[in-house]
Design a protein. Structure first.
Length: 184
């Protein structure tokens, strides 16, 4: 299992442009759809925890998935797998980039990659919204959160804290009422 996790995350880390969030669709395809190591719900839970965990998002996702699949050693293997391509690529770029940084082809490549990264980020957002049971009645929560962060400059940490408290209160008060109604 450790070797499979390392190779899977090595492939994910090596063939994904755009950072940790852009890796999510490939992670879901490999971990949930192809290998069936986690359910979609487990994957979504790990995604949420990884967003709230300090550190590099891709490493957090890999280590949480590795731990869930095979414990501490599997967690380390998955994390090493996802960072190894980046380390190698960054070292190579650091060695040769200074010679090519003013090349118009290099500049054009980086400008052309940006729209693809936006598309790669949009796909998992809509997929996870379905999995998280976001409907027309509760879609105001992520919309309001986005507006508060983007337009009002509210720190995401405050949004996470308020959402956590709100979820807890909802689960304790309203969730309890729903259970009582269902059991009658």
């Amino acid at each position: 299992m450790k070797k499979q996790l390392f190779i899977t995350f090595l492939k994910i880390g090596g063939f994904t442009l755009g950072g940790g969030a852009a890796m999510v669709p490939m992670m879901q395809r490999e971990i949930v759809d192809r290998n069936h190591w986690l359910t979609k719900e487990e994957f979504l839970d790990i995604y949420a925890v990884s967003q709230a965990t300090p550190g590099i998002f891709a490493v957090d996702m890999a280590s949480h998935i590795g731990y869930k699949c095979g414990g501490l050693k599997a967690s380390i293997c998955a994390a090493l797998g996802v960072v190894t391509p980046s380390i190698v690529i960054i070292l190579a770029i650091a060695i040769i980039f200074s010679q090519f940084q003013d090349n118009p082809w290099v500049e054009a490549f980086f400008k052309s990659v940006r729209p693809a990264v936006v598309a790669l980020l949009a796909v998992p957002i809509f997929s996870m919204a379905r999995s998280a049971r976001i409907t027309w009645t509760n879609c105001w929560i992520p919309v309001l959160s986005t507006v508060l962060i983007w337009l009002c400059g509210v720190s995401p940490a405050w949004i996470i804290l308020v959402a956590g408290v709100g979820g807890y209160v909802y689960g304790r008060c309203i969730g309890r009422k729903d259970k009582n109604t269902d059991s009658q």
